[in-house]
Design a protein. Sequence first.
Length: 168
Amino acid sequence: MKLAEKIRYLREVEGSLRGLNRPMTQQELVAGVRKEQGKSISQSYISQIESGSRRHMTQSSRSLLAKFFKVHPGFLVDDPEGYHTELTSDLRTTEGRLDVWLLHASERFAGDPELCNIFIKLARQKDTRKTFLLLGAILDTPGLADRLLEALHPAAGANSHGRKGGRV
């Protein structure tokens, strides 16, 4: 994937995460970076990157956007020719595959904003695999999911009892 595609994709995901139900615009990205990072990046710079007229970012711009999008700065470069995300030789690539799978799921469930946002939040976890293991342990403990849901979201917890075996 090229850098331009990655930035457009991240704006799309960020727009969904922020409840916009559309990709974040370049101008919204600039304003968000200024507000949340206290630094500026120009809309024309973003436009040049996305159009491919600027193929690389400066180190400071890469770092700024990586912090804003909560991705590793190394993600914000063109993938090498022949690079495949399907390779799973170690835990880090498993993390990457889980995160990509979750982001694709968020797109498939874009019509359900709550579920879409949960998939994106899961993908943003530092250790996605560990988060899934925790979820599995919660579901393996009888009644724990219902108790946690009721404690964290009382209205949702009350509605969960009619679901599949009373589980969430």
